[in-house]
Design a protein around this ligand. Structure first.
Ligand code: NAD
Length: 305
């Protein structure tokens, strides 16, 4: 059985659907603080759902029973939210990860996949970012992910746990929440354009990102979970698109007024692009979805039906 923490979330629910379709037994552990039960609609009877907090020792011990593999995605996933409330981000992202590793060790789990983030690279000018580069967290969120990676590495070395950490780069696609105060750029831009409102860009829009379609990210998680590869791996498309270019593509497809520009946000990095060769070597992952295809599938999902 594969335990997916954060399985009610955006990336997690895409992974859970993929695993269930492959015939894997799946259990979700999620407190639905930023995820939604509706993300798992249609999986009733196929996937077990435990609605609990990863910081609750008893709930984690129960959820871990019978798990051979853990894919740990649950986290407070926002840079901005971590800047506003660093202690809360640390508690969930680091103490929660420690709790899961300990219970995984006790339960004799065979494989543990931790979700880190591209944010651990900070703002170093070197592109593309490769896994051997030193991490340089610029936000409490990035610090919490770097700390999580360190815990995973220590549990692998000390207790022989087969483990790895994945660093996704700006994942987007269906089921990403556009409404939260801390919503990511693409769902905000798409829903604004579809409503005929001006998308808000923080900074001048020249910042670039390696936008990664969620189905591709989920495939990387599945491959990592089913391999024994140790270490840290970027998960990305391997390209680079500016935020202004992205907004123009969305406006070309959906219409809507030109963007409004607001000051750059604390903790945001300027440029980001992944070297994707390590994940391909270790577990055969290569993203298949172009930005055109990914945006078109995302826009169709957000279009009112
Ligand atoms: N979306 C991205 O671009 C991106 C990039 C890099 C890393 N990540 C990481 O990927 C993971 C998934 O992110 P997402 O984008 O799907 O966000 P999400 O908010 O949709 O998913 C996070 C899930 O974790 C759950 N959760 C949060 N706190 C919890 C707790 N204390 N106990 C149990 N469940 C809890 C939430 O309810 C939610 O379902 C996170 O670890 C995030 O940091 C995401």
């Amino acid at each position: 059985m594969i335990l997916v923490t954060g399985g009610g979330g955006f990336i997690g629910s895409t992974l859970v659907r993929r695993l269930a379709a492959a015939g894997d037994a799946v259990r979700v552990l999620d407190n639905f603080s930023s995820g939604f039960r509706r993300n798992l609609d249609g999986l009733e009877g196929k996937v077990e759902i435990v609605g609990a907090d990863i910081c609750d020792p008893e709930a984690v011990a129960m959820a871990m029973k019978g798990a051979a593999t853990v894919v740990h995605l649950a986290a407070i996933p926002s840079v901005a939210r971590s800047v506003a409330n660093p202690v809360e981000s640390w508690r969930v992202n680091v103490d929660g990860t420690l709790r899961l590793l300990e219970e995984a060790r006790r339960a004799g789990v065979k494989r543990f996949v931790f979700t880190s983030s591209s944010s651990v690279y900070g703002d170093s000018p070197t592109l593309p970012k490769h896994e051997e580069m030193p991490s340089r967290p610029l936000s409490p969120y990035a610090a919490s992910k770097a700390a999580g990676e360190a815990l995973v590495s220590a549990w692998a070395a000390s207790y022989g746990l087969s483990a790895c950490a994945l660093r996704p780069f700006n994942v987007y696609g269906p089921r990403q929440d556009p409404k939260s105060e801390y919503a990511a750029a693409i769902p905000r831009f798409v829903t604004a354009a579809l409503r005929g409102e001006a998308p808000v860009i923080y900074g001048d829009g020249s910042q670039t990102r390696d936008f990664t379609f969620v189905e591709d990210a989920a495939e990387a998680f599945e491959r990592a979970a089913k391999s024994a590869a140790p270490g840290v791996f970027n998960v990305a498309a391997g390209g680079r698109v500016s935020v202004l270019d992205l907004v123009n593509r969305i406006r070309a497809a959906c219409g809507g007024p030109p963007p409004r520009f607001e000051p750059r946000r604390a903790g945001d990095v300027l440029h980001s692009q992944a070297d994707v060769s390590a994940a391909e070597r270790a577990f055969g992952f290569r993203a298949r979805t172009s930005i055109e295809q990914g945006l078109s599938r995302t826009i169709e999902w957000f279009r009112p039906r």
